[in-house]
Structures are given as structure tokens and as C-alpha cells.
Design a protein around this ligand. Sequence first.
Ligand code: HEM
Length: 331
Amino acid sequence: MSKALALVVVLFLVLFCEKCYGELRVGFYEGKCGLTNVEDVVQNVVNTWHIEKKEKDIPAALLRMQFHDCFVKGCDASILLDGFISEKQAVPNLSVRGYELIDAIKEALEAKCQGLVSCADIISMATRDAVVLGGGKWYDVETGRRDGNVSLASNVNLPAATISVSDSIKLFASKSLSQYDMVYLLGGHTVGIARCSLFKDRIYNFNNTGGPDPSMSPWLLAELKGKCPRISLFFDNTYPLDVKTPSLVDNSFFQEIKRGNGVLQIDQQIALDELTKNIVDDIVSDPDFYTKFGEAMVKLGRVEVLIDGQGEVRKSCRVVNEKPFIFGGFH
Ligand code: HEM
């Protein structure tokens, strides 16, 4: 190839790469479903479910679902696959919810354009819409993901609430997410709840001391003691992760962890650890928190994605597509 031609090719790629087929990009579905705007369909279903209260606290349900999907084999909707040994059955996923909402969105999209929109993209778009419903700011979602066809509980290696800040930073780094991204993403705990069993040791027997975690504020300690009795055989009560505004996507979670009101150990630790406390301090006084949270969500949505030629676009988010039977074998 002559030097001039090579230059033209490079220039073309630089100028038009955003449009390259097979890349994640904003507006991937534009013009691909006739007059239907795919993102509007998703948003309408999320809004309807929210208004009709068909699922409680949709922002919390979907934020957690997206995190649990993307951190196990990438953002490929493997969390949605049914099965006795699929990811859904792994212990950390037993309290993940929102599957029926995703089914409803998929159904609405299939009715308009069959086999077009991947379940992995549905999770990302619906989570963004839920964040907006929760009071957060709109962010453009990249699309173009394809769905995976492997989902095994044994692949689920999600962090426990007791993970240290440095181990958590390493884990996020392994997904190409910085410690800034990690802290912003933990801001997902601005909504939703946690079960007492996951933080009870902080109240009654922190690090086998027989006493509470000293980083917890006296107020939170009294609250949690009231809600989470030392012994409860039949009930696992819950407590909000953001003690102030548990249903709002805002930065009060960060204000509260600064006051010693972090419910999960990792949440409290990011406000105290030298590695992350400055980031938390910045967020508390950052008027642009909402934009940066959206940017971090977009980065989460890029983790180990399948793109053009890989995976498939599932017809139902719960099962992989049937393989066609051609010339004596499945292909
Ligand atoms: C080191 C990272 C993380 C750890 C250790 C962690 C841990 C946890 C734990 C233990 C719970 C309570 C689960 C239960 O009670 O069954 C929880 C809930 C939740 N997490 Fe995380 N999480 C992390 C990161 C994230 C991220 C990045 C997001 C989203 C961007 C997120 C969103 C949520 C939400 C929204 C809930 C509440 C779910 C509900 O109300 O149903 N988490 N998390």
C-alpha cells in the first residue's frame, strides 16, 4: 500500500471510528427499528412499572443488577439466564431483583423489532432510566453489546461487604476501572437496602472483639441495634444503605459515610482509608457529582463486553437462542 493510501485509511478510521460497526456507541439502535425509537420503548416500560409500582425501588434493583452482571463475565446479561446452576443461583445474586421488568422491556422491544436489541443493552438503558427516575441525571448510554450464552453460579466471585479498600481497588482495576470510578460507583449505594446478616458483625462482634465497629457513629449503632437483633432465627431484617435519602440517587450517601453512617463495612471504609478518603471528600462538595456518577456507570457498562460477531441477541433474556439444526448437527 502506498504511503498516501495508508494515510487516507488511517484518517478515515480516526474520523469515522465512532461509526465503526461492532463498537459500543451512543445511538447504536438509531434508525434500526423503523420509526420506533428503541430507547423510548425502554424508558416507557420503566416509567410505567415505576408509576404502577410493579417493582419496588427500581433504581436500586437495576443498579445492583448491572453491577452484578458486568462484574461476572462482563456486561453480557449472563445474570438473566435461568437454570439450576446459572449465575442467578449464586448466593450474592439470590437477592438481586428486577428480572420481570427486564422481561417486560424485552417483550415490548421484540413486539417492535424482533431479535434486534440485546438483553445486555436493555440492562444498561433501563438502569440509566431508573437512575433518572430516582432523581439522578440523564447520561448517554452506549449500546451495541451482545448477549453471552454461558451463565454459571461457579463463575460468580462478587466482593463481600467486608472487602478491604485496597482489595476492592485491585478488583475494580482488573475490570479497567480506576479507584475514582470505584468510589463513584459505590455511590450506587445511595439507594436500596442491605440485609442485617451482611453487617451484623459490625454491631456485635467486629473483628472478633465482642464489640461494635468503632468507626460507626453512636447514632447508627443504636439504629442498627434496634433493627437487627443479635439473635433472629427467622427474619433477616433490612436497613437502607443511604440512611438519609434511601430512595434518591444523590450524594447524601457520601455525606453520611463521612459522618460514620456507612452501613456496609466497605462503604464506611472508603471514607476513612487514605487511598480513597480524598475522593470521598471531593464528592461531598462536588456540584457535578451527578454527571460523574453517570460517567462511571458508562465505564461500568464497557466491562468485557461482547460486540459484533460475538455472542448473540437473545430472543428471551432468560434462555439462550436455540441453535438451528443443519445437516445433522446443531450450529
Ligand atoms: C466493592 C463493591 C461492592 C460491594 C462489596 C457491594 C456489596 C453490597 C451488599 C452486601 C449489598 C446488600 C445485599 C443484600 O442485602 O442482599 C449491596 C446492595 C446494593 N448494591 Fe452493592 N456492592 C458493591 C458495589 C456496588 C456497585 C458498583 C453498585 C452499583 C453501581 C451497587 C449497587 C447496589 C444496590 C443498588 C444495592 C441495593 C439493592 C436492593 O435494594 O435490592 N453495589 N451491595
